[in-house]
Design a protein around this ligand. Sequence first.
Ligand code: PLP
Length: 368
Amino acid sequence: MHPAWIEIDVRQFSKNIAIIKNAVNPARVCLPVKANAYGHGLCAIAHAAVNAGVDYLAVAHLQEAIELRQASIQCPILVLGAIHEDQIPFLLAYDLEFSLSSRFKAKLVIDVARQKNRRARVHLEVDTGMRRTGMRPETARHLYAELADNPYLDVVGIYSHLATGTHSRDEIALMQINAFKALALDPMFQQKPIMMHLANSSAVMHLPESHLDMVRPAMLCFGYADSVNDSFSGIAPCFSLKARVAYFKVVYAGEGISYGHTHVAKKNTRIVTVPVGYGDGYRRSLSNRGSVLIRGKRFPIVGTICMDQFMVDVGDESVFVGDEVVLIGRQGDQEISVKELALLCETIPYEILCLFNDRIPRLYKNAP
Ligand SMILES: *Cc1c(COP(=O)(O)O)cnc(C)c1O
């Protein structure tokens, strides 16, 4: 067995989904599982999400969607990222829904769909203020009118993405919501059932007027709420990072520790080695700043974090090789949160989670 592991609490994950489903009802829930489900593990999370009643999955790239189909995930999958011409046959063959954000791409899709005699299921992506991908609302109106009766292309959704929105009076988000709603309520879209969707985690929590037909929260499903909100109480992280102490030694006062001797022991002390490093995605910028939990107590990381391991000063405490180390998560009444690590690394929780790669095995606990 590998000496470090990520633990995913499937029961907590499913509970988060249930709380969100209840709060947004009757809107459907689409779970974005891009970037290895924010580090939680793409296929296992997709299975757990489908079991928990998620209606849709979304990914950034075709390859992620193919992995899901090859793992027998049958629910609708929306590929969010801009598509390339050579991907179109695969998008059709794997029965994927995908974003269209230009007339040019629509033509390419229709050509391939005609050749293969298939009907592409697409969501028009509208730019209401993110300025990343997506067409302007007027273009969406015109393009929809052109595509409405096309036998090779079925517009099943129209969506947009918010650039801001961590509170209920966020002006940029409200401006985007208004622009999107003005489009969504256009009578031309009322003839056929078209799913309108806009809300990410922050909007799900703070901007109920953005829920529309479907919501796309990911961070919230993984248990990270950006503030306290009664409708979402009970949501909690389902991700922990743990390891076992690999080595123990005594270091004397004045001796330097790890590459560059960036830490020098001030007194004789006990040092343990933890077998996790930046090669796993544990950020090197936590060197001499982060801490871990062992035997229910918090201890500092000392010296530079290496590719595969780092050192912890446990002072006078009795710690043994094989003891459990919590790098993220709870132990006893102590907790190290992803948010804490993000603050120390001057980044956001999203980046901390995404960077954990597949060298650390993921264990799925409490599956129903
Ligand atoms: C990643 C993504 C989301 C989910 O964002 P969260 O903040 O994690 O909820 C929703 N929509 C789109 C288009 C995305 O790319």
